[in-house]
Write a protein that binds this ligand. Structure first.
Ligand code: AHM
Ligand code: MG
Length: 354
C-alpha cells in the first residue's frame, strides 16, 4: 500500500539547534578548564563524566516498563528510610562507576549511608542524588540526577564526612540532569547558570540557554498543599494569602504547579519563574521538610542564585541563606524555598513576622 502522507516532523528548514551557536558541553568545559588554571580542568572532567553517564541512565529510563530496571521496589531502604527502586540503585551504581575515572576522591550519595572513598589522592568530592523524584519512576513523569562538586578538605581516608560538612557556598560546580521530554543538563561552575539540551542528532549536549535568569517576580508557586494542616502558622499564612488571589492582600491570582520531582519544578522555575517550597511540618520525621541539604538543596540553591534567584531556609530560628548553612550530616534534611528573588524575599518577610 502506498501513501502520500508526509510527516510534518520531516522539515528542510534549519532546526533551532543549527541556528544556535552550536556550543557543545565539551567546548564549554574546555573553555572553563583553560580559563581556570586551579580547579577548572578537574571540575570539567568530572562534569563531562557525569554527562556521559546521564546518557546511559536516560537510555535505561527510556525503556520504561519494557526494561528490567523498572522491576519495582528493590526491597531495601536508603539512609533516609525511603524504599529503594531498582532504578535508584542502578543509577547510583552507574554514577559511582563513572566517578572512578575522573578526579573524584569521595562519592556521597543519597542511596549510600556513608561516603565511598574512591581515591584518597584525588582532590574533589561529589554529593549526589542519583535519581531525584523516584516516586515518579513508574508514572512516566520527569525525574533527574542532582549533584554538587566540592573540594576535598582534611584527610578523605580518615574522615570522609568532613568534606561533605562544608557549606554550599564551597561548591565548585552544581547541576542536574532532567530525564524528561528532553534530556537537559542545568549547570553552574560559578559564572551563571546554563542549560544544555542533549541532541540525539549530534550525540552531544548543546548550549540552549546561556546565563539563564529567573524572572524576579512570579504568580506561580510549587508546594505539596496536602500538607497544609501540618505546616507552621507562618507558612499557612503565606500560602493562604497567595490563594486569596485578586481579593487578597497580594492583589493577584497565583497558579500552583507541583510535579513531585524537584528537578522538574526547578527547571520550570528557571524557565518561567516561580517559587518552590518544601517547609518543615508536623509529620513524624518531617520537622526539617523532606529535601536533603548536601545533595539536593545546596546544588539547586547554587543554580538558583547563579540565575539571579534566591534560596532560603525558613524555620523557627528565622531565615537563613541555604548556601551559608554548615551541614551536620551527609543526609541532613533542610526546609527549602527557592525561586524568583522578590517572591523568596516576600516569603522571608512572612517568616520573620511575629
Ligand atoms: P527523593 O529524592 O526520594 O525522590 O525525594 C525528593 C522528592 C523531590 O524531588 C520532590 O520535590 C519531593 O520529594 C516530593 O515530595 P512529596 O512526595 O512529599 O510531595
Ligand atoms: Mg532520590
Amino acid at each position: 500500500m502506498t501513501s502520500n502522507y508526509v510527516s510534518p516532523f520531516i522539515i528542510d528548514e534549519p532546526t533551532r539547534e543549527q541556528i544556535l551557536t552550536g556550543t557543545s558541553l565539551e567546548d564549554f568545559l574546555e573553555n572553563h578548564a583553560k580559563s581556570n588554571p586551579g580547579d577548572g580542568r578537574a571540575v570539567s572532567d568530572i562534569l563531562l563524566g557525569l554527562a556521559k553517564c546521564s546518557i546511559q541512565v536516560r537510555e535505561t529510563i527510556n525503556q520504561g516498563a519494557l526494561g528490567s530496571a523498572f522491576a519495582g521496589v528493590k526491597g531495601s531502604t536508603n539512609a533516609d528510610g525511603d524504599n529503594q527502586k531498582e532504578l535508584d540503585v542502578l543509577a547510583d551504581d552507574n554514577f559511582l562507576d563513572a566517578m572512578r575515572s575522573v578526579p573524584v576522591a569521595l562519592y556521597g550519595s543519597e542511596e549510600i549511608n556513608n561516603p565511598v572513598l574512591l581515591d584518597s589522592e584525588k582532590k574533589y568530592a561529589i554529593a549526589i542524588d542519583p535519581l531525584d523524584g523516584s516516586s515518579n519512576i513508574d508514572t512516566n513523569v520527569s525525574i533527574g540526577t542532582i549533584f554538587g562538586v566540592l573540594p576535598v578538605v582534611g584527610e578523605p581516608a580518615k574522615n570522609p564526612d568532613e568534606t561533605f560538612l562544608q557549606p554550599g557556598s564551597a561548591q565548585l560546580a552544581a547541576g542536574f540532569f532532567i530525564y524528561g521530554p528532553q534530556l537537559a543538563f542545568v549547570v553552574s561552575v560559578g559564572n551563571g547558570t546554563h542549560i544544555f539540551v542533549y541532541s540525539a542528532r549530534s550525540g552531544a549536549f548543546i548550549l540552549a540557554y546561556e546565563n539563564i535568569m529567573i524572572p524576579d517576580q512570579t504568580n506561580e508557586f510549587a508546594i505539596n498543599a496536602s500538607n497544609h494542616r501540618q505546616w507552621s502558622a507562618k507558612q499557612q499564612h503565606y500560602i493562604d494569602e497567595l490563594l486569596a488571589g485578586v481579593d487578597g492582600p497580594r492583589g493577584k491570582r497565583f497558579n500552583m504547579r507541583w510535579v513531585g520531582s524537584m528537578v522538574a519544578d526547578a527547571y520550570r522555575i528557571l524557565i518561567r519563574g516561580g517559587i518552590f517550597m518544601y517547609p518543615g511540618d508536623r509529620r513524624k520525621g518531617y520537622s526539617d521538610g523532606r529535601l536533603r541539604l548536601v545533595y539536593e538543596a545546596n546544588p539547586v540553591s547554587m543554580l538558583a542564585e547563579q540565575a539571579g534567584g534566591g534560596a532560603i531556609c525558613c524555620n523557627k530560628d528565622g531565615v537563613t541563606r541555604i548556601l551559608d548553612i554548615i551541614p551536620t550530616g551527609l543526609h541532613q534534611r533542610i526546609p527549602l524555598a527557592f525561586g524568583s528573588s522578590k517572591e523568596v524575599d516576600c516569603l522571608a518577610g512572612y517568616s520573620k513576622k511575629s
